[in-house]
Write a protein that binds this ligand. Structure first.
Ligand code: MG
Length: 242
């Protein structure tokens, strides 16, 4: 629980789907891979059809994993599987180039979610702001932070691939709190994933706030200890009210 005055010693945010949206950007990045495949002469359908193939492959894997993103499912892995499914052969150099195109396009297209300046300003009145994000590729995640215009907004950036611990493991929340010199029990973590963000934060002793990009109603099964907001404007209002 936070201090008796209701203020937090630090406020932590998740990145993807919480502060940064990539939904359109990811699709465009996948289509850009298809476009390069056409130029390489290895794909004779529309570029977007390869994006469809990627999404089908990822969708199948997600379904097999209870809709939790498996940590091994990084870009190289699903690109390799998608090429296999599409029966496309590329050289090692071409494969590397396609993976790089995806990474570059994705970083370039990441956009900060509406309401983020208000939410970070409200968080700043409590104390330091940290970012706790699950991603295997630290440099790419930092590129994405820059691409979305959020560079310099955080007192600490904790990327699971760099810390070596993944949400929902309490270790990454404890590491982040320790690095900012605060007790986890005096902090709140704000994220869009019930398992990794919310259950993880609670298991580390932090307060937790679920914010979802699309949903407009509190999930009925959500732990009653968890605060729920439909967007970052609501997050800002809640942080200001404490
Ligand atoms: Mg997220």
């Amino acid at each position: 629980m936070s201090g008796s005055n209701g203020r937090f010693a630090a406020v932590f945010f998740d990145l993807d789907g919480t502060l940064v949206s990539e939904r359109i950007g990811v699709r465009e990045a996948r289509t850009a891979v298809g476009a390069r495949m056409i130029e390489l002469g290895v794909w004779d359908k529309p570029a977007s059809a390869f994006a469809d193939t990627i999404e089908m492959v990822i969708g199948g894997i997600m379904e097999d994993n209870n809709w939790q993103w498996p940590l091994w499912l990084h870009a190289e892995e699903w690109l390799k599987r998608s090429l296999d499914v599409a029966d496309v052969q590329v050289s090692d150099d071409e494969f590397r180039e396609l993976a790089d195109i995806y990474r570059d396009e994705r970083s370039d297209r990441a956009t900060a979610i509406d309401g983020w300046p208000e939410a970070l300003a409200a968080a700043r009145t409590h104390g330091p702001i940290g970012l706790i994000t699950n991603f295997n590729d630290g440099p790419m995640q930092r590129e994405k932070i820059r691409g979305a215009g959020l560079d310099g907004q955080f007192d600490g950036v904790y990327i699971s691939g760099e810390v070596g611990v993944w949400k929902p493991e309490p270790g990454i929340f404890e590491h982040a709190a320790q690095d900012l010199g605060v007790e986890p029990s005096d902090c709140v973590h704000i994220g869009n994933n019930v398992e990794s963000d919310i259950m993880g934060a609670l298991s580390a002793g932090m307060s937790a706030l679920l914010v979802e990009e699309d949903d407009r109603e509190r999930p009925p099964s959500l732990d009653p200890r968890v605060v729920w907001c439909s967007d970052l404007h609501g997050v800002a209002e809640w942080l200001r009210s404490r």
